[in-house]
Design a protein around this ligand. Structure first.
Ligand code: NDP
Length: 248
């Protein structure tokens, strides 16, 4: 059976690492991205150059129309999805709760939570054994912020990732009998661009002092956990929240 993997936010960071590793593990890969076409095409090129098969599809996961288009394009170009990684996420700048407005909350929840929900729904419509699908696996990329918070910084992001954790646990139970496993990874500090997007270039250095392993993680170290949860090696794991944090 052809294994088809959709990764949201696959143009950079953890998503790009997961796309490369997924292709090397035998998946045909669809990389979704929001705007950075050059980066997405570079990942596709790397995968194809290494003998894999990949396409890139633009779309904002917070937009229902874009998500419907994304999965239709996967159907037409590759076939029905068998694995989904809900990885697209945003972290806005450091801000005290008193300054946060509804527009910011809407942006953060749209990408991190609504996007994961919509993509999972479209994947389940195709995977469910209850209507002729082959089953499948979904991994949501949460964050250790859901468990530890981030004092005086990103309570919106922590809340969004907390919603991802609850979504993972609830959805896993809901679709377990339909041949679909749903799990999450909760990365700690990982060296990607998301850390400089909030205007804090020293954040990684500051945060890693609190990591028992005394370093941040590489995107590939998260990708390996994601691929394990997608694989048959994790065939009896569902509703699991797997921390990838260097012991934090
Ligand atoms: P990056 O900022 O490096 O990359 C983000 C990716 O998401 C890009 O591909 C971007 O596309 C895409 N994206 C953003 N918004 C949307 C959207 N609305 N629709 C579709 N794609 C979108 O992030 P990371 O690799 O660091 O993070 C990946 C995930 O891991 C996120 O969910 C993040 O919250 C989580 N995480 C990261 C940690 C870290 O330390 N790095 C720690 C804990 C969790 P484009 O290139 O087009 O902009």
């Amino acid at each position: 059976m052809k294994k088809i993997l959709v990764i949201t936010g696959g143009s950079r960071g953890i998503g790009a690492a997961t796309a490369r590793l997924g292709a090397a593990s035998g998946y045909t890969v669809c990389i979704n991205y929001r705007q950075n076409e050059a980066a997405a095409l570079a990942v596709v090129e790397q995968i194809n150059h290494a003998g894999g098969e990949a396409i890139a599809v633009a779309g904002d996961v917070g937009s229902e129309a874009d998500v419907l288009r994304l999965f239709e394009q996967v159907d037409q170009t590759l076939g029905p999805v068998t694995a989904l990684v809900n990885n697209a996420g945003i972290l806005e700048g450091q801000m005290h709760v008193e300054q946060m407005d509804a527009a910011r909350l809407s942006r953060v929840l749209a990408t991190n939570v609504i996007g994961s929900f919509l993509c999972a729904r479209e994947a389940i419509r195709r995977m469910s054994t209850h209507h002729g699908g082959q089953g499948g696996a979904i991994v949501n990329v949460s964050s250790i912020a859901s468990r530890l918070g981030a004092p005086n910084e990103y309570v919106d992001y922590a809340a969004a990732k907390g919603a991802i954790d609850s979504f993972t646990i609830g959805l896993a139970k809901e679709v377990a009998a339909e041949g679909i496993r749903v799990n999450a990874v909760r990365p700690g500090v990982i060296y990607t661009e998301i850390h400089t997007s909030g205007g804090e270039p020293d954040r990684v250095e500051r945060v890693k002092a609190s990591v028992p392993m005394q370093r941040g993680g590489e995107a590939e170290e998260v990708a390996r956990a994601v691929l394990w949860l997608l694989s048959d090696d994790a065939s009896y794991s569902t509703g699991t929240l797997l921390d990838v944090t260097g012991g934090r």
